[in-house]
Ligand binder design. Sequence first.
Ligand code: NAP
Ligand code: HSE
Length: 428
Amino acid sequence: NTIMKVGILGLGTVGGGVINVLQKNSASIERRTGVQIELVIAGVRDVTKKRICDTSNIKLTEDPFEVVNHPDIDVVLELIGGFGLAKELVEAAINNGKHIITANKALIGNHGNELMKLANKKQVRFLFEASVAGGIPIIKALGQGLSANNIESVAGIINGTGNFILTDMKEKGRDFDDVLKEAQALGYAEEDPTFDIEGIDAAHKLSILAAIAFGTEIQFSKVYTQGISKITTEDILHATELGYTIKHLGIAKRVEDGIELRVHPTLVSNSQLIAQVDGVMNAVMVKSDALGTSLYYGAGAGDEATASAVIADLNDIINNQTSNHILGWKSQEKINVVDNDAIVSEFFLRLLVSDIKGVLSKVTGIFNDHNVSIEALIQKQVDENKNAHIAITTDRVSTKTVMNIKKAIEASDFNQAEVQLIHIELLD
Ligand code: NAP
Ligand code: HSE
């Protein structure tokens, strides 16, 4: 039998998962490829550390360059994370003629354009299925399964940690920090969890999805990015009362002037499928001209789920499938990303105001002054200070106008706190 020799950088959650799945499923993987996969060497920070996998047949090294310079290996799996050392290692491996598979969306978000150019020049594969939505084969779906289509939009839940937190806050009323700690213990969160909770991880992933869907360069720095750290129990309760669930979405959409690229918390109607996607699960909805709407659902993080995507890329390399070209990376252009101010959406606003006579008509007056219709309004008197919570949903309005409404309310004498402003998205 032919043997494919592989080196791994990193044996943490994902690297450990890869070894476990390769060991567990070696027979079925070999049946699909006709090739035996041999893990030759793995680079880690600490060779004495206890692992989730059996490493008895693999050489361990604390010098990661030993992996990328190893003369016997054909493929390097970059599962370290970050974009400093990881970039140096990937560049060295490509220059040594090795194919690259990575789960590292931060690396692609920041350096994907140049790394792909180098990989094309050196004629090696650069595959990254595991970098978006964990185990869901969304990159293969966009690049191969939907290759006959023009993609109109890609939108969904693309951060498992964030969805895990929002789900537990809603279902169990749990505290944000407690749930984050649990997500970290389960291996879902990034090394720096602010990447998850401030939307940076989702923005990395969205920039990758847009590149595959629309043939644009990676434009991570242009993604409008807002995280979930400011979502409160009050927001969740009010949204629930109005028939919505709060989800953290990434949205890439073709519009007349280019593309929208945005990541932010969003109210999704409970009747929409995405509202039912809970815990670490991710879901991506794609609208395309020939197929119409399609939905891709599965575990967005975790050891074996992510390993599933890494090993699928390895099998593609063995079977000579999924060229860099299929992924649309030989013809990227810089498509204009539209300014966030111009984006039109329905919105949810939550206010804390003094419960004085006529306050409601003053609030609605501000909306009238900006020519914006209110769809629904809930008012509750809440505390001993005679402050009232008001939740409002609007008709479709530009982000610029709704920001002006927010500013006008915050400048009013009856206002008691920063106005919460959240998109409402209609995904069907
Ligand atoms: P992790 O559990 O922290 O594992 C990182 C591994 O890299 C560890 O084995 C660590 O060695 C090794 N490492 C770190 N710095 C190193 C250095 N300077 N030299 C040599 N080895 C080094 O991380 P992970 O969760 O597996 O994530 C890996 C990558 O996959 C990241 O890019 C992440 O964004 C991405 N990803 C993660 C998931 C997930 O569910 N966790 C899902 C999709 C994508 P030691 O073990 O010796 O410390
Ligand atoms: N931290 C990431 C998440 C890992 O929670 O989605 C998967 O990319």
